[in-house]
Structures are given as structure tokens and as C-alpha cells.
Design a protein around this ligand. Structure first.
Ligand SMILES: [Zn+2]
Length: 189
């Protein structure tokens, strides 16, 4: 899902993308999933192998997703997992050398640009927004479409409706047949 589409290249304009962080409760400091802290001045990718990051045939670089929906689909479970600590989803700006992949990017530099708060972690996320001078917006879960359960229920409901229609139609046909039979019976009287 993060396979290279383009070789590593410097970008003139920062790219806006999406990612998630862990928020430190005391001061709002943001951390990557691998517990690397994000300096308020922006984070630069480091690699134990390469001096120039991100490298084409490696996993190094600061990761970010192209679409909020994609990120949300893959990581929304973390938002509601208290054991993992307060998670926050937000927008990042990427610059320096950036590798464009199918669903995201690997960048040399990144900084948070906007944080989406949830009711649960509002205070902590607000602290982070102040610390990094980012915008702050409520997390509006993207429309992921109906779930399997919702689809199953809708199909069952449609089936019930069709059966009810069929029953009503059959009842109408039977009533009409009876009416005709009675009419014929009267004619022969
Ligand atoms: Zn590397």
C-alpha cells in the first residue's frame, strides 16, 4: 500500500496529507506510533542506513496518507482504544524530498498543520494544537458507506417488503377470483 509510484524527488510546495499521533497528556507533545517525538519546529526523517531520506528501496521517511478516509478506515480503532493512550488524527504538511506512493507519502520533513479533536481527548488535543500552533477542528468521521451489518439488515428488510407485497398481491388475486366465481354463480341462478 505504500509502494513507490515516483522516485524520491524534492517538492517545491508542501504537500498536505493525513496521519495520526499519540498525544502526551501533560504538555500536548505529539509522538509517532514508534514513539519518536515530533519537535515543534518540524520533524526530519532519519534512517540508520541512509543519509538522504527517504530512500527509494527502503521504508524510511515520515509517513502520511493521501486520504482521510483511508487513514480513518485503517486506524479508527486506535481512537477508541484507551490502553494505547490518546490518539489524534490530523493534517500534516510534507516537504523536502517526498516519495509518492499509492495511498500515501514518505517525506523528508513534516509538521502538523491541523488537529481533529474528539470529545474524549479534547483537552489533550487542544494542548497539542497550542503547542504546535495548528488549526483545531472536530473530527467528523468520513462517510465510509454502510457497514456489512447495515447491508445485511437492508437486504432482509427488502426481502420482507417483497414478501409482504407478494402476499398482498396474492390476496387481491384470490379476492378477485372469488368475486368472479360468486358473479358466475349468480348468473347461473
Ligand atoms: Zn532508509
Amino acid at each position: 500500500m505504500f509502494q513507490n509510484q515516483n522516485p524520491r524527488r524534492p517538492v517545491a510546495e508542501p504537500i498536505t496529507a493525513y496521519r495520526f499521533w499519540v498525544v502526551r497528556a501533560e504538555d500536548g507533545m505529539l509522538f509517532s506510533h514508534n514513539s519518536a517525538p515530533w519537535p515543534v519546529t518540524g520533524i526530519q526523517a532519519t534512517c540508520t542506513v541512509h543519509v538522504q531520506t527517504p530512500a527509494n528501496d527502503h521504508t524510511c521517511g515520515i509517513y502520511a496518507a493521501k486520504e482521510l478516509t483511508w487513514l480513518y478506515q485503517h486506524y479508527k480503532w486506535m481512537l477508541g482504544t484507551p490502553d494505547l493512550g490518546p490518539y489524534v488524527i490530523g493534517k500534516v504538511r510534507l516537504w523536502g524530498h517526498v516519495i509518492v506512493a499509492t495511498d500515501g507519502y514518505r517525506a523528508e520533513w513534516a509538521e502538523p498543520y491541523l488537529l481533529y479533536y474528539t470529545k474524549q481527548y479534547y483537552d489533550k488535543i487542544r494542548k497539542a494544537a497550542l503547542l504546535y500552533s495548528t488549526l483545531l477542528e472536530p473530527l467528523a468521521p468520513p462517510d465510509l458507506g454502510p457497514s456489512e451489518e447495515e447491508l445485511r439488515r437492508a437486504r432482509a428488510e427488502a426481502m420482507r417488503e417483497r414478501r409482504a407485497e407478494t402476499r398482498a398481491l396474492n390476496a387481491a388475486i384470490i379476492a378477485e377470483l372469488q368475486r368472479r366465481r360468486q358473479a358466475r354463480a349468480k348468473e347461473t341462478d
